[in-house]
Write a protein that binds this ligand. Structure first.
Ligand SMILES: [Zn+2]
Length: 287
């Protein structure tokens, strides 16, 4: 059993093109396993390919991120600046293509999928929902957990993405018991409780180590209220590196700083929290 599992990293992205093997090997040598997350077909395929390049300890999820359902978004850390025309095109979730991809490697979940109300307008929400429902259906069919991305608008509170995701899972998921995990959780205690009610784990990322801004998200209250057997941790590499690495490119070995913060907030022993989180991840992803 490893000491840590980073349940959500993107070492499959362009940001690691120069030193990908070093980053992944550094994690494995440090007793840290990782799950690479697909965000569209190309990055999903790369995540699956990487499961073949490494032995035990490197897994993949495949799916279509809500921001990639429209043509407006392009991230250089993810895709690089070449192939821009192709990669920034809105992708329609093709269930058959992803179903085939799921057979090609150690695929342990579907996503990242969900709803992102941060950048986008009302008309894109419909597209996001269509893609999300199709991914819930694929997860049902393959018996895999959902890797959820949920994000609210920073000021407009008329829509709550957490509530909408909760409702869609409740309506469409046919999986018994545990249905997935909400990575980089930034909702409130009520959103968290609703997720627990439908069997969705709560995963915390680097921002829990930043200077608290409870008016935006009260991580301390949420972490204290989440039962330890439902908590996971993720780096979301290359983004949101935890303190003391904030502002640099993130990588899976920094998961330990996030786990240490969870232990500190909960007032529990760090080693015990680390091993409990590993157990939770192994249970959810069947690894
Ligand atoms: Zn991600």
């Amino acid at each position: 059993m490893p000491k840590y599992i980073d349940i959500h990293a993107h070492t499959n992205f362009k940001a690691y093109e120069e030193d990908r093997d070093m980053v992944v090997s550094r994690a494995l040598d440090d007793d840290t396993w990782l799950i690479n997350i697909g965000t569209q077909y190309d990055t999903s395929k790369k995540a699956v390919e990487m499961t073949h390049e490494y032995g035990e300890g490197v897994y993949a999820t495949i799916g279509l991120h809500p921001i990639h359902t429209t043509a407006s978004y392009h991230d250089e850390a993810e895709l690089g600046d070449d192939g821009k025309e192709f990669t920034s095109r809105g992708e329609i979730f093709d269930k058959e293509k992803y179903r085939e991809l799921a057979r090609e490697g150690k695929v342990v979940g579907i996503g990242e999928c969900g709803l992102d109300y941060y950048h986008l307008s009302e008309d894109s929400i419909e597209k996001q929902k269509v893609a999300f429902i199709a991914q819930i259906e694929l997860a049902n069919e393959l018996g895999l957990p959902l890797m959820l991305h949920v994000r609210n608008h920073s000021t407009d509170k008329t829509h709550n993405a957490y509530f909408d995701v909760y409702e869609l899972i409740k309506k469409y998921s046919t999986i018994d018991g545990i249905k997935g995990v909400s990575h980089f959780f930034a909702g409130n205690v009520e959103d968290m409780k609703r997720f627990l009610e439908i069997g969705v784990y709560i995963s915390f990322a680097g921002p829990i180590t930043y200077k608290p801004k409870p008016e935006i998200c009260d991580y301390e209250a949420v972490i204290k209220a989440t039962p330890i057997d439902m908590i996971l941790a993720d780096t979301d590499s290359p983004y949101v590196a935890p303190v003391p690495h904030r502002g640099t490119r993130n990588e899976p070995i920094y998961i330990k700083d996030i786990v240490a913060k969870i232990a500190q907030i909960k007032g529990l022993n760090e080693e015990e929290v680390a091993s409990q989180i590993v157990l939770n991840a192994k249970r959810l992803f069947d690894i």
